[in-house]
Design a protein around this ligand. Sequence first.
Ligand SMILES: [Zn+2]
Ligand SMILES: [Zn+2]
Length: 380
Amino acid sequence: MRALCWQGDRLTVAEVPDPELRNGHDAIVRVRCSTTCGTDLHLIDGGAFGPGDVLGHEFLGEVVEVGPRVRRHRVGDRVVVASVVACGRCRYCQQGRHSCCDNGSVDPAAGELAWGQAPAACHGHPSAGGGFAGGHAEYVRVPYADVGAFTVPDGVPDERAVFASDAAPAGWTGADVGGVCPGDVVAIWGAGAVGQLVAQAAVRRGAARVVVVDRYDERLRMVERHTGAETVHYQRADVTAELRERSGGRGPDVCVEAAGAVGGSRSLAERLRRAPRTPLALREAVHACRKGGTVVVLGDVTDFVDAFPVGAVVQRELTVRGTRPHGPRHIPTLLEQMARDELRTEHLATHRFPLNRGPEGYALFRARTDGCVRVLFTPG
Ligand SMILES: [Zn+2]
Ligand SMILES: [Zn+2]
């Protein structure tokens, strides 16, 4: 089959072996569409992919084969697949914290070396993130198919449902982990798909004001049109002062960093050799947050960072929480909301390319020209 792979120095569409069932709980899915995600750019820049790795962790397709122990799916089902690979049975999965799954990764030693304990794997991060190939391909092996794949209700178009894979669960998880309450003021750094979905989640949870911070005019206009949030252009305003003004002089109750990742190298030794990078949006989020408020790191940070303002955290009693999307926890509700037209996400897929033109799609996504938020890949 054909797939969008990393070739050591660039992306290319190459012929790779077809995936096979390896376990009774697996399904094979023929991909109908997949989307780009900022995480992939940061992982590329961080040297996280090995040669031949197939990218893509947000995808939707049709089940073409199921293992003998799959109960919830049969051949022909149209399914959206959670980006995280989780077992559904361990202590963390039982708590709905699927991205902390104990059994998702086939290479837990890599996770332990990098982060102390192995989290769940993620599709499309084969070398660095648990060992599973991605969805920018004709076919994908979906482990724990009863846990990670969800039948899409009839009438929900592919280009809407595909965002239930990762971006929408990220938004819902971010608002949840931030403990957004009715009446809160919520500020979000990053007006990409994830930032816009955090905004939608916060509005749904009854936040009094939601403010999204970015520098791309098209994205900020999209936020205003689709989410019910306000915006701040960070190059044209003093963000902290502006947020204080809009929150009764206190600062936002919840600040969510959804601007992106500090991408990860593959080995701890490489990480230690490299100068830590400074996450500017995160520092600004800490700086802006009200005393006693919560800062959520939702960008997929995998590496070390430096110049983190611990003093502000201590002196102002901030809570800092990090998370990755707990897809299987939120996807059923998200699909119901999509089916009722309460949650619309298709506008985020601003561009569409056949998979054959994958490298071109990623180049556009990286450049963010032409109002690009996400590129949707379809077969061909
Ligand atoms: Zn993603
Ligand atoms: Zn688990």
